[in-house]
Design a protein around this ligand. Structure first.
Ligand SMILES: [Zn+2]
Length: 124
């Protein structure tokens, strides 16, 4: 499953509160607890692969049912990008992502088959 409303999902993700748990050693995944106004908070795990692949896990129902790119994962990726003063956009197809002429990352759910594409941009 892929989200259909990527833009609104992304703006929703910016309302979420993210508590990062940074890896102690290089090569370990980033983890975060994401709070929303839902009763449960969710735990996100993110692994960055050298080939530009981003592998994600989230404890929310969407991700547990095979969905890629929930608002919690977006919130954590946005937080990590903000540390490098860049901002992210999410795309449903590689064609859309490549049109941005930015660096393109492939976002996949761990053990999932579907992908989203992410581009990063530094603010001017
Ligand atoms: Zn989630």
């Amino acid at each position: 499953m892929k989200p259909t409303q990527l833009k609104s999902l992304q703006s929703k993700s910016k309302q979420l509160e993210v508590r990062m748990i940074y890896p102690e050693r290089q090569g370990e995944p980033f983890r975060a607890v994401v709070e929303s106004n839902e009763p449960l908070s969710h735990t996100v795990t993110i692994r960055f692969h050298p080939d530009g692949g981003i592998e994600t896990e989230c404890t929310c129902a969407w991700a547990q049912h095979g969905g890629v790119g929930c608002s919690h994962v977006m919130a954590v990726l946005n937080r990590l990008a903000a540390r490098k003063h860049s901002s992210l956009s999410f795309w449903a197809t590689p064609e859309e992502a490549r049109k941005q002429k930015r660096r393109v990352f492939k976002l996949t759910r761990a053990r999932g088959r579907e992908s989203l594409w992410v581009t990063s941009r530094r603010p001017v």
